[in-house]
Design a binder for this molecule. Structure first.
Ligand SMILES: Cc1cc2nc3c(=O)[nH]c(=O)nc-3n(C[C@H](O)[C@H](O)[C@H](O)COP(=O)(O)OP(=O)(O)OC[C@H]3O[C@@H](n4cnc5c(N)ncnc54)[C@H](O)[C@@H]3O)c2cc1C
Ligand SMILES: Cc1ncc(C[n+]2csc(CCOP(=O)(O)OP(=O)(O)O)c2C)c(N)n1
Ligand SMILES: [Mg+2]
Length: 569
């Protein structure tokens, strides 16, 4: 059957199971948009192409599928770079399709020409320039395969205008894809597995470091069973949160720069670390020279380039975590490690009791109150999408996630402006989920144009702006390390309530602690988007904190407890 390249784009997307795409049109992608009218695929018109990429990313992270974003050439394509880099850093599978000028014009500085495959080479898992309709189908199939197989990541397909307009015979090839040099299906050698089993057997103070890979590989139940059988406590990375229920007795909590003090101490005192699908980010290790100095290290990761990248390990098991654990679980011994576990419980001491709810209302509204109340009110069942900054860390500390894919956040690139569009994508992937955006007043203003998309599409997301009048996380660094010289961090903000109302979105303002619950209740009852402007304490800081590059156990604690009952914070 003869089809144009543009029609083949949609034919292939349909066969990949794509129901929703996020995009923004323009000249070089117009043939593809024109063909869309013949297909039953929902196109969400964003207000900025960065938004489309974060929506695709949020869609992928929430639902486990591949998100799709579309843009035109030149500025449309360059606006996608931040979203691609965000997805690349956090191993999120998205496919971005861009229009390109006609193939004969390439290299002439044609109108809206930009070498986007050149630009995005370092921020994509792979990218393609397609100059003929004949290559469209094969390329799209490969792109989806690459995005979701092995270590997931973003793929960009740049299609020239003539490739979209040209016609070719279309027969969908169903044969499994084989790409020379691409090996997403590695598995560890038996010798290495035996070595790991022996290290686990003899370890007295082991800790599992559970990362994003436990969610990406669908291994969360296996990790839990592994920990329960071996009685090994688990520390979680920011991107692993939710993978193990926060309430699980062996779940210690988050590790790293803003992790719990007892978690970092346990890691530093461990004699064995089992890294499961995590990449030893510098936010996680602190000073590498003093990181877990007495621990042997086992690293299970699907990407061989992660092995010995930051932390030298004793055993590397390269492969899919789920497959590796299916093999190891029956073979590891069921050790009793009560001494080590009770020692860690002692390390926790009172600081584990962050009883902020039961303290008298001092008239101050702290971000922690807002987030903890949101957790209580939603019974921990919301899908929360955060932006980047202090509110992101407070969310990680005070919203206790029990389900995989219930926290979506930009970890590696730390992209402000991520939350609002990513939440839109998440809601499309999981229409039944209660989606909350937790966003700072700074980051919100980076992509707030997507309120128009939310209004146009009538998307039921609830938006909690943690409004501290500052680029709070940067202000905190200035407070700690730059003698409180607040250069370029105070914000003069618009009236967020009026702003939301201008988009036809219901909004309210809260500046008293006792109004938090009622505002959340009222937002939840409303069958549509709601924005709440929470006016929180302006100069609060996130504790504990390991200063960048410092030893993991050298944490800055809260000088005088404001709302924790424990002293160890
Ligand atoms: C302001 C700010 C503060 C932060 N503070 C902290 C902090 O205190 N603590 C913290 O933990 N993080 C923190 N982060 C996040 C941090 O920067 C990293 O993003 C995070 O630690 C990475 O977690 P990860 O290694 O689990 O996930 P990723 O970076 O997504 O890495 C996943 C790993 O799993 C592997 N993998 C993928 N699929 C599979 C599979 N199927 N099988 C096996 N392996 C697989 C990948 O190859 C990769 O190595 C902070 C970020 C910001 C913006
Ligand atoms: C696009 C982008 N620019 C700059 C930064 C650096 N940065 C990290 S956190 C932060 C402040 C965020 O302020 P806000 O959104 O108000 O959140 P808060 O920290 O106050 O909760 C900044 C500027 C970033 N992460 N992303
Ligand atoms: Mg702020």
């Amino acid at each position: 059957m003869m089809k144009t390249g543009a029609e083949i784009v949609w034919e292939c997307l349909k066969r990949e199971g794509v129901k929703t795409v996020f995009g923004y049109p323009g000249g070089a992608i117009l043939p593809t948009y024109d063909a869309l009218t013949k297909y039953d695929i929902h196109h969400v018109l964003v207000r900025h192409e960065q938004g489309a990429t974060h929506m695709a990313d949020g869609y992928a992270r929430a639902g486990g599928g591949v998100g799709v974003a579309i843009a035109t050439s030149g500025p449309g394509a360059t606006n996608m770079v931040t979203g691609l880099a965000t997805a690349m850093m956090d191993s999120s599978p998205i496919v971005c399709i861009t229009g390109q000028v006609g193939s004969k014009l390439i290299g002439t500085d044609a109108f809206q020409e930009c070498d986007i495959t050149g630009v995005t080479m370092p921020v994509t898992k792979h990218n393609y320039l397609v100059t003929s309709a004949n290559d469209v189908a094969r390329t799209i199939r490969e792109a989806f395969y690459i995005a979701k197989s092995g270590r997931p990541g973003p793929v960009l397909i740049d299609i020239t205008k003539d490739a979209q307009q040209g016609s070719t015979r279309f027969e969908y090839d169903e044969t499994p894809i084989q790409l020379p040099g691409y090996r997403p299906d590695l598995s560890p050698a038996e010798k290495e597995c035996l070595h790991a089993i022996s290290l686990i057997k003899h370890a007295k103070r082991p800790v599992i470091l559970a990362g994003h890979g436990i969610i990406l590989s669908g291994a969360t139940a296996l990790v839990r069973q592994f920990a329960e059988k071996t009685h090994i406590p688990m520390a979680i990375t920011l991107l692993g949160l939710g993978g193990i229920p926060a309430s699980h007795p062996l779940n210690l909590g988050m590790m790293g720069m803003h992790g719990e003090a007892w978690v970092n101490k346990a890691i530093q005192e461990a004699d064995l670390l089992l890294a499961f699908g995590m990449r030893f980010d510098d936010r996680v290790t602190g000073n590498l020279k003093t990181y877990a100095p007495n621990a042997k290290k086992i690293h299970i990761d699907i990407d061989p380039s992660e092995i010995n990248k930051n932390v030298k390990v004793d055993v590397a098991l390269v492969g899919d975590l789920k497959e590796v654990l299916e093999d190891l679980l029956p073979r590891v011994e069921a050790n009793d490690r009560s001494e080590w576990n009770s020692y860690i419980r002692e390390l926790k001491g009172d600081s584990a009791v962050r009883d902020i709810q039961n303290l008298p209302d001092s008239g101050h509204l702290y971000a922690a109150h807002v987030i903890n109340d949101l957790w209580r009110e939603t019974k921990g069942r919301a899908l929360v999408v955060t932006d980047v900054g202090q509110h992101q860390m407070w969310e990680a500390q005070y919203y206790h996630h029990d389900e995989p894919r219930s926290l979506i956040t930009s970890g590696g690139l730390g992209t402000m402006g991520f939350a609002l569009p990513a939440a839109v994508g998440a809601k499309f992937a999981r229409p039944d989920a209660e989606v909350w955006v937790v966003v700072g007043d700074g980051g919100f203003q980076m992509t707030m144009c997507e309120l128009a998309t939310i209004a146009q599409e009538k998307i039921d997301v609830k938006i909690a702006i943690i409004n501290n009048g500052f680029l709070g996380m940067v202000r905190q660094w200035q407070e700690f390390f730059y003698e409180k010289r607040y250069a370029a961090t105070p914000l003069v903000n618009p009236d967020f309530v009026k702003l939301a109302e201008a988009f036809g979105i219901r909004a309210m303002r809260v500046d008293q602690r006792h109004d938090v619950i009622t505002s959340v209740e009222s937002a939840r009852k409303h069958p549509g988007p709601v924005l709440i402007d929470f006016r929180v304490e302006q100069e609060d800081s996130v504790y504990p904190m390991v200063p960048a590059g410092a030893d993991l156990h050298a944490m800055i604690r809260r000088p005088s407890p404001i709302y924790e009952t424990g002293e160890d914070e």
